[in-house]
Ligand binder design. Sequence first.
Ligand code: URA
Length: 190
Amino acid sequence: MEHYETMEQLREEVLQCQRCGLCQGRHNVVFGTGNPHAGVLFVGEGPGEQEDLRGEPFVGRSGQLLDKMLDYVGLSRQNDFFIANMVKCRPPQNRDPSKDEVAMCMDWLRSQSRLIAPRIIVCLGRIAAISLIDPGFKVTRQHGQFYEKSGILFMGTYHPAALLRYPSNKAAAMEDLTALRAKMEELGLK
Ligand code: URA
């Protein structure tokens, strides 16, 4: 894996990426946004239609819900974390990214994580959680729990798109974000 000195240098490289077939249908590479010096990295699945058109993560309906929930616990994407996705280009018709696509994009996420050096990584939804925490991760059973791996705390929670489909899980997701906020305070990140 190449070593990047700055997020800008890495971004330049990622914007040129043609490692997998997803590059063919994209309007924009969605690199990620937020505070590159934050103690927390949020990781989603992959860009949807709005994200692909605008080149920014979580700007569609899921993103609006996420912002509202974060606001409720006093956290903001601009200050408190960096947010990126497992795959940086939109899968056609918003299908799940394949294992190969996730694997080919993983180096970019690793480089981002190395530059940010987060204390906590929050996995939004199953795809991020099975890729980063444990291949057998079950969101319904394991959401909100912290797992330590190589000095970083990982937590999986519901994907906001899943909450739009099943709003009854919103209360549980809010508990997860409340636990995140408490952990951030404990670690002096808030
Ligand atoms: N869903 C994701 O997982 N990521 C985005 O950026 C938008 C929707």
